[in-house]
Design a protein around this ligand. Structure first.
Ligand code: TYM
Length: 334
């Protein structure tokens, strides 16, 4: 069976963007059953920027709880945290020696994060996409469900695989495909429809956190910025209206509808009607997840036990692939 791999950084709590752009789709892929599904809390990626150790531990368990509460079944999928499977770091080093500096220089996410201060960033942040390629290729995963912002990194993974195969004259690492589909591949900030919703934005009002309670979710959606015009009749009418488009897309993703179907249900509705409907839907879908996350994180030892068990299963796949990689490269191991 072909494999799916994807990961989420524990660099803070989960947002609605992570849920709709990633976790909800991970669950669907698991439930469809046509792939072996491997999902990872990528703690080694998180530490490319400073993380307080106690907060990192808490966020790792919170992200794991988010996966479980959303429907990831630790029997049917492999769920673990990256640092417990040392093969990720080992293959990451080899890929640091395959990838070119010029490739990293083209990564838009690094440029966005570093701004004018590239020389002050950690070396790890710069090499980040090379470790991400290792995450995926360590399992020979071919399909990588991600949000739009990760597309360039998954494409780089293909370049690394192709260069490795070419340099060593092998056909060992498969070419990977980013899977980016559905209405919520880029959930935007509730205060500024031209910016991505992210864990690290300045104001908490601009994002919905998976741990927000019902009142807060409703308040944030109610206060979300919009233009004054009512909803258009067709999706073409959302062009040039990023805030309106974002709220319709969020509704569509939560309700498993297309944006056109959402507009057909609320023909020409004003915000006074649409926002409360969206808030009600969001609370209905998200509050069972946040309640379950709360229950799960109350027992961190149980989460740690599940992650350790997942890591053991991950290692069983990763170790032979790493061993074969060492052989191909010419690294001696008895
Ligand atoms: P991260 O932790 O930033 O985000 C995790 C996933 O959530 C998606 N996402 C969004 N989707 C839609 N709208 C948004 N506003 C939004 N914000 C985040 C991301 O696209 C991602 O799918 N580098 C990765 C983690 C990673 C990884 C991997 C992913 C490490 N190794 C291997 C796939 C395969 C990251 O920082 O994601």
């Amino acid at each position: 069976t072909p494999r799916v791999f994807s990961g989420i950084k524990p660099s803070g709590g989960l947002t609605l963007g992570n849920y709709l752009g990633a976790i909800k789709r991970f669950v669907q892929t698991q439930d469809e059953g046509s792939f072996e599904t491997i999902y990872c809390v990528v703690d080694l990626h998180a530490i490319t920027v400073w993380q307080d150790p106690a907060e990192l531990r808490a966020a790792t368990r919170e992200v794991a709880a988010g996966f479980l509460a959303s429907g990831i079944d630790p029997e049917r999928s492999i769920l673990f945290n990256q640092s417990q499977v040392s093969q990720h770091a080992e293959l990451g080093w080899i890929f640091n020696c395959v990838a070119r500096v010029g490739w990293m220089d083209r990564m838009t996410q690094f440029k966005e994060k570093a701004g004018r201060n590239a020389e002050k960033q950690s070396l790890g942040l710069y090499a980040y996409p090379s470790l991400m390629a290792a995450d995926i290729l360590l399992y020979h995963a071919t399909h990588v469900p991600v949000g739009e912002d990760q597309k360039q990194h998954v494409e780089l993974t293909r370049d690394i695989a192709a260069k490795f195969n070419h340099d060593f004259g092998v056909d060992f690492f498969p070419l990977t495909h980013p899977v980016i589909e559905g209405p919520a591949m880029r959930v935007m900030n509730l205060r500024d429809g031209t910016k991505k919703m992210s864990k690290s934005g300045e104001s908490d009002m601009e994002r919905i956190n998976m741990t927000d309670d019902a009142d807060l979710i409703a308040k944030k959606l109610q206060k979300a910025r919009t233009d004054p015009a009512p909803l258009p009749e067709t999706v073409e009418g959302l062009e040039g209206r990023p805030e309106a488009k974002n709220l319709v897309d969020i509704y569509a993703a939560l309700a498993d509808l297309s944006p056109a179907e959402v507009l057909a249900q609320y023909p020409g509705a004003g915000w006074g009607r649409f926002k409360p409907a969206l808030a009600e839907l969001a609370v209905e879908k998200l509050s069972p997840i946040s309640a379950e996350m709360k229950r799960l994180t109350a027992d961190p030892a149980e989460i740690d036990r599940l992650l350790a068990r997942g890591a053991e299963r991950a290692r069983a796949i990763a170790q032979p692939i790493l061993q074969r990689t060492y052989d191909i490269v010419g690294l001696v191991r008895a």
